[in-house]
Ligand binder design. Structure first.
Ligand SMILES: Nc1nc2c(ncn2[C@@H]2O[C@H](COP(=O)(O)OP(=O)(O)OP(=O)(O)O)[C@@H](O)[C@H]2O)c(=O)[nH]1
Ligand SMILES: [Mg+2]
Length: 468
């Protein structure tokens, strides 16, 4: 009896203690836990509601699957929310904006163009802390970070996720920029239709030649054979969605360019995803790598059988051409990419994607979105429509960092162009990547890009105004 009493007392204290620290899930974000505001109380209530499965209005909205595909979070100061169009905004407000964003040249069309860009994030609720870190890093590193955000998920976003991410995006350190953020940034949270996300649910309609039981056996085998994510159905859905799905989501309808952001990535230099785009650019990347062979055994042969095959520009094809006319496995690493949505919505792009999709390789093998995007680039774009971003970026386990000291200084980089861990080692046959600058290691395809793509650029004249 005594033991039982002691135990229940201990449990009570434990539960009470947990109640006092509702944010114990969020210890990685100190800025959050150090404040004790009404805002926190609201979040706490949302979190409680969520954990007790009480349906919060946001949650209910997100769950109306058939009619409702998303929730747009706009502050009450948001200009498009308030006035519907920048044309209806008073000149006093516009002049304040022009004063803070000099690159707009006092021109409303430039403002509209600036707002055609969005940060796009496909994410799961449990990746909240990692995306928080990335958002905080982004708002500090991007020169004019007033772009819209579009979050997509195959499951309903929980209200806690919505409240917290939007708070981090909108509430900036400096008061002036905070107002601007609230006036300009719209943040959308979208749900992905299940039939689009997971076509195997209607497998006969999707591809009658596939069989779910056989696929599952196949995946088990691939897992045993160490195919990366070989056993995962959701990873395959993700790769397919990134290849041919995301740009069809209604929440992206109003945009012309997206930058893909992923939870946990770091931007280690100042940059601006859209102001640095050249006029012609349809696709931009920062890291290029070799793909794992066992994820794409038949991809290249399948591509070469594409009935409309033309490789728009022979020069660009050399980027992926190996010896014996095979695939050298070079691909743009898509976890950082800037995409012209007009390009991915084009008939040419979609014909190729639909053809590859029908061949079943996303599910029979484990085709990644990166080699598919790369084939689409090679198939449909010219060299001058592809841009290499010489920026600091880290996504475990690879990074990029400008090779030029002057660029690192201009962009205030906190990264090393050489792998610091291996600086004092001498490359040898077993370890050819020791003491080799980023981009020149044997698993990197940047050297191929510098050779067959746009060449290697250091300082661009146009950047002077952006970073100084
Ligand atoms: N909503 C949702 N998002 C997903 C799912 N799987 C992956 N993602 C997101 O899709 C993006 C790519 O997925 P990752 O798991 O990071 O894939 P990766 O970058 O190839 O692999 P890692 O090296 O493990 O990071 C990330 O932004 C993920 O958050 C999923 O099942 N549902
Ligand atoms: Mg990732």
């Amino acid at each position: 009896m005594l033991i039982w009493l002691a135990l229940s007392c201990f449990l009570c204290v434990f539960i009470e203690a947990r109640k006092l620290t509702p944010f114990d899930l969020d210890t990685s974000c100190e800025t959050f836990t150090n404040h004790n505001t009404d805002y926190e109380q609201t979040l706490y209530k949302l979190w409680e509601a969520h954990s007790e499965r009480i349906n919060h209005p946001l949650m209910l909205n997100l769950q109306k699957l058939d009619k409702f595909y998303g929730y747009v979070h706009a502050d009450e100061e948001n200009l498009l929310h308030k006035y519907n169009s920048f044309d209806n905004v008073s000149s006093t407000i516009l002049n304040d904006i022009y004063a803070e964003l000099p690159f707009l040249n006092n021109n409303i069309d430039n403002l509209k163009k600036y707002k055609e860009n969005a940060i796009y994030i496909l994410i799961r609720n449990y990746e909240l802390d990692d995306i928080c870190e990335t958002i905080l890093n982004y708002v500090n590193r991007v020169v004019y970070p007033y772009y819209d955000f579009v979050f997509l998920n195959d499951k309903a976003f929980d209200p806690y996720f919505i409240e917290k991410t939007s708070h981090y995006i909108l509430n900036r350190i400096n008061k002036g920029s905070e107002r601007l953020a609230k006036q300009l940034i719209r943040i959308s949270y979208g749900l992905i239709n299940n039939d689009i996300w997971d076509p195997l649910q209607n497998i006969d309609e999707y591809n009658p030649s596939l069989n779910l039981t056989r696929l599952k056996e196949n995946w088990e085998q691939q897992e045993k054979d160490n195919v990366l994510y070989g056993g995962s159905r959701s990873y395959r859905n993700m790769c397919r969605y990134q290849s041919l799905g995301f740009y069809k989501h209604p929440l992206l309808n109003d945009y012309k360019y997206t930058m893909r952001m992923e939870p946990g990535v770091k931007y280690t230099c100042d940059f601006d995803p859209f102001l640095e785009l050249r006029e012609n650019t349809k696709y931009a990347f920062t890291i290029a790598l070799l793909e794992y062979e066992n994820t794409i055994p038949t991809l290249f042969d399948t591509y070469k059988e594409y009935p409309f095959l033309k490789y728009k520009q022979a020069e660009l094809f050399k980027f992926i051409q190996g010896s014996d006319d095979g695939y050298n496995r070079c691909h743009f690493w898509t976890n950082f990419e800037i995409i012209s949505l007009d390009w991915v919505r084009s008939v040419e792009y979609n014909n190729l994607m639909d053809y590859l999709d029908q061949k079943g390789g996303f599910y029979l093998e484990r085709w990644g979105d990166a080699p598919l995007r790369t084939l689409a680039v090679v198939e449909t774009l010219n060299v001058n429509e592809v841009q290499w971003y010489d920026i600091g970026y880290f996504h475990n386990p690879f990074s990029s960092c400008p090779g030029s000291y002057e660029v690192r200084k201009l962009r205030k980089c906190c990264c090393d162009a050489w792998d610091p861990e291996n600086m004092d080692k001498i490359p040898n046959e077993d370890a050819p990547n020791y003491n080799v600058p980023l981009g020149l290691q044997d698993f990197s395809c940047l050297k191929e890009w510098w050779k067959f793509g746009e060449g290697k650029h250091f300082l661009f004249k146009d950047y002077d105004n952006l970073f100084t």
